[in-house]
Design a binder for this molecule. Structure first.
Ligand SMILES: Nc1ncnc2c1ncn2[C@@H]1O[C@H](COP(=O)(O)OP(=O)(O)O)[C@@H](O)[C@H]1O
Ligand SMILES: [Mg+2]
Length: 231
């Protein structure tokens, strides 16, 4: 599904991603873990085409996408739920979703309805401005905005950050259900160990831009992954 090979990225002189390689298979949750500043968001921006890479290769469904533009990747079925959510604050919930559909050429109206079924609070607040939602509601909107594009690769950057526990549980259940449907690959970046461990089929630990360890989700405890995340 997604294959990353020998990715290198620099911010000016600082070498931020170092030879990063791993795969995120279809129908599975691959979690990328690492402390603050380890390069997780940078990696996701490279995957989405928001940052150029210096070298290496990104393959999606067998196609080399390393140099494609973000909108081309979005139309191919890659959706990013960015850190900080980045919803359109002045647009209604409904318009936030419709813009994402329009931008990716999605004409299947049923995806809008099914996203509202997944997140009933969004249906209730469909006419409310995005900026007037709580943080947890905005996170649900950001996920719904990705889902209405019918992604085959869903990328989430710290979806639990700054969200209250009951909404975290809800988001966990939604991701678990998406994974169980086996219609997409899910790449989940997290610092919240328990959330990631519950969902992960595979894990990747990033440290200073390098892949430090990889393994199976069910081995995260015995592999000592929690300890790699504590400061
Ligand atoms: N736009 C930028 N310009 C220069 N350095 C950056 C920029 N964005 C992030 N960095 C640096 O790159 C490193 C990785 O950042 P980031 O990918 O955001 O890490 P993470 O998401 O794991 O917290 C950090 O040292 C950060 O300070
Ligand atoms: Mg980050």
């Amino acid at each position: 599904m997604l294959r990353i090979e020998g990715l290198n990225q620099y911010y000016g002189g600082s070498h931020t991603l170092r030879n990063v390689s791993f795969e995120a298979p279809m129908g599975a949750v691959t979690t990328v873990l690492g402390r603050n500043g380890m390069g997780k968001t940078t990696l996701l921006k490279c995957l989405m085409g928001l940052l150029p890479v210096e070298s290496g290769r990104i393959e999606f469904e067998g196609r080399d996408i390393t140099h494609l533009k973000p909108h081309q990747r979005a139309r191919m079925g890659i959706a990013l739920v960015p850190q900080g959510r980045e919803i359109f604050a002045r647009l209604s919930v409904d318009d936030n979703l419709r813009i994402a559909m329009a931008a990716t050429g999605q004409t299947d109206r049923s995806v809008l309805e099914s996203s509202y079924e997944t997140f009933p609070i969004l249906k209730q607040f469909a006419r409310r401005r995005g900026g007037d939602l709580s943080g947890g509601q905005q996170q649900q909107l950001a996920i719904a905005r990705a889902l209405v594009t019918k992604p085959r690769l869903l990328i989430l950057d710290e979806p639990t950050e700054g969200i209250q526990p009951n909404i975290i549980q809800y988001i966990e259940a939604v991701i678990a259900k998406l994974a169980a449907d086996r219609t997409m690959a899910i790449l989940l970046v997290e610092q919240y160990y328990d959330f990631a461990r519950t969902l992960a089929d595979r894990y990747v630990v990033l440290q200073r831009g390098e892949v430090l360890r990889t393994g199976e989700g069910q081995h995260m405890d015995q592999d000592g992954v929690r300890g790699l995340l504590s400061v």
